[in-house]
Design a protein around this ligand. Structure first.
Ligand code: AMP
Length: 300
């Protein structure tokens, strides 16, 4: 590994049901925090804050054990784990939520250990903004660098709480349609500027196959997507991107490297069903993809 400082990360740990346009379907371990941890875990120490039910599959537990550096704040509660079902549309981007069953997530009350409260980096994965605020309020006052992800559901249903989160974070990651929805305007650059006025200094807009763009006070830049061989399942791409991005940031690398690392980790994720794509991500294969992306940016 490296000189990474610890990243405390909160998000969902789930059992997913996925239906893809090519007819592939099935149950798999998922959740925003699981993808994040699987992607970031070989690059940086990830300290989990989350909850699972007593029904959580053994293979999921093995992933958390292997890729998280601390499970101190992982709660295991009597009852069912969070379950989410999604069906992708023919464009492989839009998706319909088939069901969301909160299970033990419904009564989840995160309690951060002293070590986690003092972490210099905090990732607020996609969960209810009230839980994101709860975790934020437990961090020591000196303040960590906070990176946050969200989704349409929260923008539509809990806008006020989300606005409170935005006031307290440094970097927001979201996709194009979410940016436009949150800002209430069309056009990604205009939306990003408006969102920056709500709190976060930097916005990273994820544009799927078109890559990702950073919007910062001094401008920004775009990084193309990695040319994958075959798109198998887009689930978790955003969380995996966040994992690579934060791993770079936690090593004091530039935001440009952050976008490149995020792009590389997300590219592994979408090449397999559920978490299978990330199985092919090793330090070596990750490094190879980062080199390709870096070389492309250096070309005139
Ligand atoms: P992504 O494709 O990056 O948006 O992440 C997909 C993951 O988010 C899936 O594994 C789901 O379990 C999880 N997820 C979906 N909806 C929610 C929700 N409302 N709250 C928390 N996690 C969710």
């Amino acid at each position: 590994m490296n000189a990474s400082k610890p990243i405390v990360a909160v998000g969902s740990i789930a059992v997913d049901w996925l239906e893809l346009p090519d007819g592939t379907e099935g149950e798999t371990v998922g959740g925003s925090l699981t993808y994040f941890t699987r992607a970031a875990g070989i690059l940086a120490p990830v300290r989990l804050v989350g909850v699972i039910g007593t029904d959580f599959p053994k293979e999921g537990m093995e992933i958390l054990n292997q890729y998280a550096s601390s499970l101190e704040d992982l709660q295991i509660q009597e009852g069912e784990s969070f379950r989410w079902g999604g069906r992708y549309h023919d464009d492989w981007e839009d998706r319909t939520t088939l069901y969301t069953e909160l299970g033990v997530f419904e009564s989840f009350s995160p309690k951060l250990s002293d070590a986690n409260r003092q972490s210099p980096f905090l990732y607020l994965g996609n969960i209810h903004p009230a839980l994101q605020l709860d975790v934020l309020s437990q961090m020591t006052p000196e303040g960590a660098v906070v990176v946050c992800d969200t989704m349409n559901l929260w923008i539509n249903t809990t806008r006020e709480q989300l606005r409170k989160v935005l006031e307290r974070i440094d970097i927001l990651l979201l996709n194009e349609s979410e940016a436009e929805l949150l800002a209430g305007t069309e056009g990604v650059s205009k939306a990003a500027e408006l969102i920056r006025s709500m709190g976060p200094e930097h916005i990273v807009v994820k544009e799927g196959a078109a890559g990702s763009t950073l919007f910062s006070p001094d401008g920004g830049f775009h990084v193309d997507a990695y040319p994958i061989k075959r798109l198998a399942d887009p689930t978790g791409a955003g969380d995996s991107f966040a994992g690579g991005f934060m791993a770079a940031v936690s090593q004091d690398r530039s935001y440009e490297e952050g976008l490149i690392w995020g792009t590389a980790t997300a590219s592994f994720c979408v090449e397999g069903f559920g978490l299978e794509g990330l199985e092919r991500m090793t330090e070596k294969s990750f490094g190879d993809r980062v080199a390709v992306l870096t070389e492309r940016r250096e070309l005139p």
